[in-house]
Design a protein around this ligand. Sequence first.
Ligand SMILES: [Zn+2]
Ligand SMILES: [Zn+2]
Length: 241
Amino acid sequence: MADFHVHTCLSPCADDTMTPKTIVEAALKRGLGLIAISDHNSAENVEAAVAAAESLPLSVLPGIEITSAEEVHVLGIFETCKSALEVQQVVYEHLISGQNDEKLFGYQFAVDQFDYVVSENERLLIGATDMSVDQVVAAVHKLGGLAVAAHIERERFGLLYQLGFMPESLELDAVELTSKTTLKEVRDRFGCTLDFPVLRDSDAHFKEDIGKFSNELVVEAPTLAEIRMALRGVEGRQLIN
Ligand SMILES: [Zn+2]
Ligand SMILES: [Zn+2]
């Protein structure tokens, strides 16, 4: 089972106990075989999270949750930390300037694989970038990542609420639901066809929520290439949820 949307203590709104070891332990306890780390507008904890799962039966993919200019959240999920950190660089160049106010938004801890705090990120990670949704998707694709519109059914930062419609030209690899809402309910509510693969993830900000929603994948290995094939339903690979 795979949960593609897990925050760490780097996200201001995530619990400060969401450290790599804690996340890995909680994911294993939940019976997950794969998670993706997706902090708001930063990937500074992906290397630590990947390292924390080394030699354990859990694959950790590096990712990021990017806020577009329209305040739509888009997940970028990558094969390598290098790609995630490269897209982070693009995001930092486009992120609204300003400093995080930890008393207002929460702490933004960059940590190592042993859960030690390395530094505190001072950027306004809770803010938006000046990139349109299309530009965000293009930036993710340019670095070989999967672009997923996050929690599309949600009022805050969900694509359908923020835009009011599903742009047909948007080249998403999948859309994500983070509730029990059925596809039919989403289609009826927004009057759209939703011709995209649908992931169900937890968007966990607390360890108890990791794996609350997850996806069954029929793949030969926990790689991005295999996941891409599963999303497309080709060569026997499948996404079941
Ligand atoms: Zn979000
Ligand atoms: Zn999130």
